[in-house]
Design a binder for this molecule. Structure first.
Ligand SMILES: Cc1ncc(C[n+]2csc(CCOP(=O)(O)OP(=O)(O)O)c2C)c(N)n1
Ligand SMILES: [Mg+2]
Length: 552
């Protein structure tokens, strides 16, 4: 038993959990935790410039390490700001523990200064919200918060701490970090799945982020090779995109090939709205098996024939063992391989777009291609949200080792701040943040954080002076009635330089490669403000064509 105040006890628990970075904007009510963290030499405290930056950083740290990301905020205003990254972490199944302070118990319920119902406000973003009621239970509660964030499908836990309790002394026992259980596939379940796989003519594996989290790419590939079947994946980099059996989202949209599938084995995916093409996959009438850490949360037109709680890697290993003695007959294997080959061929045919003519403003496809050429393949990439992402996705070489992050919640402003968490967790990696002008502006305050911490993140801004995505949608649904989508920007390069970072504006394609190289060689935080063509909305669609179909 050790006697200390609650703030020190929470700091101690965070250190014992093995968390090396804590992200916050300080507040009066956080003083005892900060004071406790002062003594924890293994924990670095990062002062963010906005709480939503802090919560995105915790998300970045979590996805880069697999450990819980920790963020903190002061009462109502701080917690309200923090909630954005918590929403994103929840949708990304990332383990994040948020410590938020509440007004003292003497004032509670009286609409005191900065008081709001934090539990109700944060609950939708959290697996659970834990509220501290007694000082002597602070460690128990904090350890449970970490445990819940990691177990099963990882997610967010908020710990609400009344300010007066933080000052109280109590005697604490520290149990230390728990390890999350990784359930395997029991052999009777593996046999049952095997039987279904053997009875199917055209089985398909549909894999999601759970496969990436479990580090199961190699096992999934072996399984698919044994079966000769396609690996359908919405997520990029879960398996390498050049693997001959991987079918991308464009392929998943192909009704012709998809309708052939007579058994789906869904691994590590909750079949979210996009991945399931609006909850239409697996289609009605096609049996499917769901193997996931939390299979109950997947929605499809029909329920699965089997629903099994298991870690994707361990499940794939069990299926490989079960299938090894029962190889698929050569003729069937060949037939399936041919099917997958044609599927992939049709998928890449979909992606061809006309060659770009102009060097200034820069065609966004050119920019996407140059980024993929210049940055090494193991670069960690954190992309923001906007139409520019189409050009990045189609050019980038996605590999499991890359760490290609895209917010599942599609939250603008997430890209750069998440990259800060990634870079702090992985100082060895080249980290690149890619954003549109709209999204980058939302994360601008954290330029100071990254500059202060001397993080050599390279930010590439696709600057089309527009909320391009919405501009596109506007033109589709309300032609020639553009409103609230055309914006102006500061020169982001100049802004970066004013923070002491490297910054250059790029107007012409031929300046791009030398400029990227100068940015990499500067080994500093760098911002490249690249002026892209606002006419290019998404691959194959231009503004001019939409406004006047005769235009080309
Ligand atoms: C926080 C947030 N606000 C609003 C939106 C809606 N939204 C999606 S994309 C987009 C425009 C993005 O503009 P920009 O970052 O410049 O990228 P572009 O589409 O121009 O490539 C908006 C407003 C969102 N996804 N997230
Ligand atoms: Mg834009």
């Amino acid at each position: 038993m050790e006697i200390m105040n609650v703030g020190a006890a929470i700091a101690h628990t965070i250190a014992r959990e093995g968390v090396e970075q804590v992200f916050l904007v300080p507040g009066e009510s956080l003083l005892t935790i900060l004071n406790g963290l002062y003594d924890q030499s293994s924990v670095n405290v990062v002062a963010a410039r906005h709480e939503n930056g802090a919560s995105y950083m915790a998300l970045g740290y979590a996805i880069a390490t697999g450990k819980p990301g920790v963020c903190m905020a002061q009462r109502g205003p701080g917690s309200t700001n923090l909630s954005l990254g918590l929403h994103c972490a929840s949708q990304d199944s990332a383990p994040v523990v948020a410590f938020v302070t509440q007004v003292g118990s003497a004032s509670m319920g009286r609409e005191a200064h900065q008081e709001t119902d934090l539990a109700r406000m944060l609950q939708p973003h959290c697996k659970t919200v834990l509220e501290l009621m007694r000082a002597d239970r602070a460690v128990e509660l904090t350890e449970r918060a970490f445990q819940i964030s990691k177990e099963g499908r990882p997610g967010v836990v908020a710990v609400v701490i009344p300010q007066d309790l933080l000052l109280e002394d109590a005697a604490f026992n520290f149990a230390g970090a728990s390890r999350p259980a990784l359930p395997g596939l029991p052999s009777e379940d593996a046999t049952e799945v095997c039987k279904l796989l053997q009875a199917a003519r055209y089985p398909a594996l549909l894999v999601g982020g759970g496969v990436g989290r479990a580090g199961a790419a190699a096992e999934i590939i072996t399984l698919a090779e044994l079966l000769g079947c396609p690996i359908l994946s919405w997520h990029r980099g879960v398996v390498p995109d050049d693997h001959p059996q991987r079918v991308d989202v464009a392929g998943i949209r192909s009704k012709e090939h998809l309708s052939k599938v007579d058994l789906f084995v869904v691994l590590g995916s909750r079949l979210h709205e996009d991945a399931s093409l609006l909850y239409t996959i697996p289609p009605r009438g096609t049996p499917w098996v769901h193997i996931d850490m939390r299979p109950g949360v997947a929605y499809a037109p029909e329920p699965p024939v089997l629903s099994i709680v298991a870690d994707a890697r361990r499940a794939a290993m069990a299926l490989i063992t079960a299938l090894k003695n029962k190889p698929v007959v050569k003729g069937v294997l060949h037939e399936r391989q041919l099917w997958v080959k044609n599927w992939r061929k049709d998928e890449s045919a979909d992606l061809v777009i006309p060659e770009a003519h102009s060097d200034s403003p820069i065609h966004p496809d050119h920019l996407g291609r140059v980024l993929a050429e210049v940055f090494p393949v193991d670069t960690a990439v954190s992309v923001d949200v906007g139409n520019f992402v189409y050009w990045v996705r189609r050019n980038w070489r996605h590999r499991p080792a890359n760490l290609f992050f895209e917010s599942a919640a599609g939250s603008m402003g997430s890209g750069f701040s998440t990259a800060i968490g990634v870079q702090l967790a992985r100082p060895d990696k080249l980290v690149v943040a890619i954003a549109g002008d709209g999204g980058f502006m939302m994360s601008l305050p954290e330029l100071e954080t990254a500059a202060r911490l001397r993080l050599p993140i390279i930010c590439v801004v696709f600057n089309n002076n527009a909320y391009g995505t919405i501009r596109w949608q506007q033109e589709l649904h309300f032609p020639k009635r553009s409103i609230a989508t055309e914006i102006t920007n500061p020169d982001f390069a100049e802004v970066a330089r004013s923070f002491g970072a490297f910054g250059e504006r790029v107007d012409n394609l031929n300046e791009l490669v030398p400029c990227l190289k100068r940015a990499i060689n500067s080994r500093k935080l760098a911002v490249l403000n690249v002026m892209t063509d606002p006419n290019e909305l998404v691959p194959g669609v231009t503004l001019n064509q939409l406004r006047d179909p005769a235009h080309n």
